[in-house]
Write a protein that binds this ligand. Structure first.
Ligand code: BG6
Length: 523
């Protein structure tokens, strides 16, 4: 046990972790041989996320010698110019561990660039001919890293050119978010996909599922007998899920103006976190068993009525403020944003999972841009002990127990418990049992895109969302969006950049007698 300031981890844990690490490196999972075909290869996602992750996978020896990348974009670029462009970002990226010019040269040799207009139906015949002539691996992984407005055209084009079938190997398609913008558009996209690909060939990405601590939620919950008996309404008071970001919309104003915080973060990442913390034990850790249990959680949440939306949701938009000593402008002043915009950059809501395990336990979700702190965590707050045994002690300061899953930064798990202070009198104190990934395992967690790309290349869809899952998410989010159109928006801006969000959000949680955990960077 340590107090909050002492973050040491036991030597025994470190030794065990080091053993596990050396065992792991001996048995690294291997991707199938394949050609990864990236649509939108000149875009931000490819440069910032996909290329560093692929480079890393190649460096640690996860790639087959028969892995190569066909990058597609509208710009006329030579292979070398395209590779150079990726290299500059990868060299600076924290995600490309151990970047070396030599290692990159090796990796870059696997990349070729093809100029292609995804909106031109003739492009897909050209692509089919190119893949045929190229003679690489017969396994094809298509990755849609384009704006979502192009998804339908690409899916249709691949189908029309017969690229959805492959007699000599497998074909899979990875789709980035946003998967639709409401229930109807998600259903339409699903129908279109299913007309061209089989469900087991479709990999819908939610990159939060690739994060180490997110996956660890399942091990923690179902691999430890200690927690399962108390994981229900009898012992848990409420659950808080926070995804706070210091960054603003970062040059993505046009996307954000059509999206907002609810669609951008809650409709996918945060609901996924909720489903993992609340789901029943799956019968196995495989794609269908895990996804089935997640869908059951969404089904147990009743979509809100307009009146409930008014009471149980909060919208916010940041105004001018200061972050890390730097002045930042308000959302409405950002380039590309309507000066009267009513798009929310912050959302908070209270949800109930109406099933046997969770009836009556509120789940509070909050997310926002330009908040005081980068923090993604789930806090599970327990009820008080039944007896006020220490009420007459000199200082009864015992909080309720809480388990905090820190998804980022400083991935780990902390358990808040009460303890007696050393001394002759009965003084109590709150202390924290602290597990940190980096300290325990002596290594940094894998980057989410590495995990997910590797899984897609190995044909494991457990960490990707299923058709009914995305639709179930939209069934909860669309009524909120619809209700917000009917309810007059709050006076925006209603929080300053660099703060913890709008005051209304405190009212939301305090009505139930609860409190948000602090977003103060010093806590
Ligand atoms: C993306 C959102 O899906 O997730 C971004 O579109 C957000 O707005 C990002 O910043 C957060 O991801 P992470 O991994 O940095 O928490």
């Amino acid at each position: 046990m340590t107090n909050k300031d002492d973050q040491s981890t036991s030597t025994a844990v470190q030794e065990a972790a080091t053993d596990a690490k050396s065992e792991n490196s001996a048995a690294l999972p291997k991707a199938d041989p394949c050609t990864l075909v990236i649509f939108g290869a000149t875009g931000d996602l490819t440069r910032r996320k996909l290329a560093p992750a692929l480079y890393d996978l190649a460096c640690v020896g996860c790639m087959s010698p028969h892995f190569d990348i066909l990058a597609l974009g509208r710009k006329p670029l030579s292979d070398d110019a395209f590779r150079k462009n990726l290299e500059e970002t990868a060299a600076k990226s924290k995600d490309a561990r151990g970047f070396t010019a030599e290692g990159w040269k090796d990796f870059a040799g696997r990349i070729t660039y093809l100029q292609l207009d995804p909106e031109d139906p003739a492009s897909y015949q050209e692509l089919a001919a190119h893949l045929d002539k190229r003679g690489g691996s017969p396994n094809h992984l298509f990755y849609l890293a384009t704006p979502s407005s192009l998804f339908a055209k690409i899916i249709e084009g691949l189908g029309a050119a017969g690229l959805n079938h492959n007699d000599k190997g497998w074909t899979r398609i990875v789709i980035e978010k946003p998967f639709g913008h409401d229930l109807a558009s998600a259903q339409q996209l699903n129908q279109m996909l299913r007309a061209v690909f089989a469900e087991e060939e479709i990999y819908r990405i939610d990159h939060y599922l690739g994060k180490e601590t997110v996956q660890n939620l399942l091990v923690f919950r179902f691999g430890n007998l200690l927690f399962e008996p108390v994981w229900n309404r009898n012992y848990i008071d409420y659950i808080e899920i926070t995804a706070g970001e210091k960054i603003g919309v970062e040059g993505r104003a046009s996307f954000y103006e059509e999206t907002g915080a609810l669609r951008d973060m809650v409709a996918n990442h945060m609901l996924q976190l909720l489903s993992l913390i609340a789901m029943e034990p799956p019968v196995a850790f495989d794609a269908d068993s895990v996804r089935e249990q997640k869908v059951q959680v969404f089904r147990a949440i009743t979509p809100m009525t307009v009146e409930q939306v008014a009471r149980r949701t909060v919208r916010g938009q940041y105004g001018r403020g200061e972050i890390d000593g730097v002045k930042v402008s308000g959302y409405r002043e950002e380039a590309g944003v309507d000066p009267k915009s009513n798009i929310e950059t912050y959302a908070a809501l209270e949800l109930f999972v109406d099933n046997w395990r969770w009836a009556g336990v509120p789940f509070y979700l909050r997310t926002g841009k330009h908040l005081s702190r980068n923090l993604t965590e789930i806090a599970v707050h327990f009820k008080r002990t039944p007896q006020a045994l220490f009420a007459r002690t000199p200082d009864d300061v015992l909080d309720r127990n809480a388990i905090i899953f820190r998804i980022q930064p400083n991935e780990g798990i902390a358990v808040n418990v009460g303890a007696k202070r050393p001394g002759t009198e009965m003084h109590t104190a709150n202390v924290q049992l602290d597990f940190k990934y980096r300290e325990a395992f002596g290594t940094r967690s894998a980057v989410a895109y590495e995990t997910l790309l590797l899984d897609a290349m190995r044909g494991d869809a457990t960490l990707f969302t299923r058709r009914d899952e995305v639709e179930a998410e939209w069934k909860l989010i669309t009524p909120i969006e619809e209700a917000w159109k009917q309810i007059p928006p709050p006076e925006f801006p209603n929080y300053s950049a660099g703060s913890a969000g709008p005051a209304q959000s405190d009212d939301l949680i305090e009505t139930g007698g609860h409190h948000w955990r602090s977003l103060d960077p010093l806590d």
